[in-house]
Design a protein around this ligand. Structure first.
Ligand code: FE2
Length: 340
């Protein structure tokens, strides 16, 4: 099967050109454009970040499966609702809990994206929370690295910048993000020299903007002078990375519960009215989407379990968050539910 060609949002091009022609700013943006990532210190205060982590743990305890943050004997995989890669909650309206929207609406989180895209009129992804219990206590996860980019090879240029709001410590021994430093600017060159051929089974609606790499591809990036970096950050720090940057998540050796919120903002004008209506519908149904805020809008659907060989909805699934966000005008515009 040949790789499918995707729409490449031509309207993005003028902004993209402007970004590429930038001169040095003397701030974190210089790091970002050179290295493909940057850490913005104290986007949230440490106190706020710790409160949001507490909210996330309260949410995890709300399923009544036995997990209690204060009793490490209860830190077991079987005491948690279903998740992906050990801690990403794609269901249960997790992305729409009030604390998640409080994070997305916080000026300290929005401001770096506004600066990057040079507009205050942004839309945000309905990414989710990642709460990963330490493998030193719950046992090993499948920790095989999964180096990838979250941008389809056909979608050339800078189109999306992803973010992690750290609610817990991400030191050298803690779980965290690994990036191939300086790989983002080499995206087009890599795929020119290594065109995607053959079956692409990962290419589904949900994973349209995704490409997994093989070991030899890491060698290619290393030969270009790139290096693997474990990104360290403190509670309240915002990590930004270009969606063309090779990356993956690494499990930690410490006994901390890795707690992060994924946030991605792009200019609202990049979203078509058709896509906005899709996004509005997803928002109103408390669905979780991909990292992309303005396009590639697909739901992860309801959580499923198998009962007697039949796939049925997970009885733990929820139609709405337990604490709903306050739908302010700002929130509704970020959500795409209201146009600017
Ligand atoms: Fe990713």
């Amino acid at each position: 099967m040949a790789p499918s060609l995707i729409e490449t949002a031509e309207s993005v091009t003028p902004v993209q050109s402007k970004v590429q022609e930038r001169s040095l700013t003397g701030d974190w943006r210089d790091d970002f454009f050179r290295d493909g990532y940057a850490v913005i210190k104290n986007a949230l205060s440490k106190k706020h970040a710790q409160q949001y982590q507490s909210d996330a743990l309260t949410w995890l305890e709300s399923f009544g499966l036995g997990f209690d943050r204060n009793d490490k004997r209860t830190w077991k995989k079987e005491n948690l609702p279903q998740n992906w890669k050990g801690g990403m909650y794609l269901h249960f309206s997790a992305a729409h809990e009030k604390y998640m929207w409080d994070i997305r609406c916080d000026p300290g989180v929005i401001e770096p994206f506004a600066k990057l895209w040079e507009t205050d009129e942004l839309v945000v992804s309905f990414d989710t929370v990642n709460i990963t219990l330490p493998q030193s206590i719950v046992g090993e996860y499948d920790s095989t690295p999964w180096p990838h980019v979250d941008q389809a090879p056909e979608r050339r240029g800078l189109r999306c910048v992803q973010g992690i709001v750290n609610l817990s410590e991400a030191g050298p021994k803690d779980g965290g993000l690994v990036v191939m430093k300086k790989s983002a600017p080499l995206f087009d060159q890599f795929f020119d020299e290594n065109p995607v051929k053959g079956p692409t089974p990962w290419r589904t609606a949900k994973h349209e903007d995704f490409h997994p790499f093989q070991e030899k591809d890491l060698d290619w990036y290393h030969s270009q002078g790139c290096e693997l970096i474990k990104v360290c950050a403190e509670p309240g720090d915002l990590i930004l990375w270009d969606s063309r940057q090779m990356h993956w998540a690494q499990f930690g050796e410490s006994d901390l519960i890795r707690t992060i919120a994924y946030v991605t903002y792009t200019p609202a004008k990049w979203m078509s009215e058709e896509d906005r209506l899709v996004k509005k519908d997803l928002f109103e149904n408390y669905e979780t989407t991909t990292h992309w805020p303005h396009t590639n809008l697909f739901s992860h659907g309801k959580a499923k379990v198998e009962v007697d060989g039949q796939e049925v909805e997970d009885p733990l699934e929820r139609d709405e968050p337990i604490t709903k966000p306050i739908k302010t005008e700002k929130l509704l515009k970020l959500a795409g539910a209201l146009p600017y």
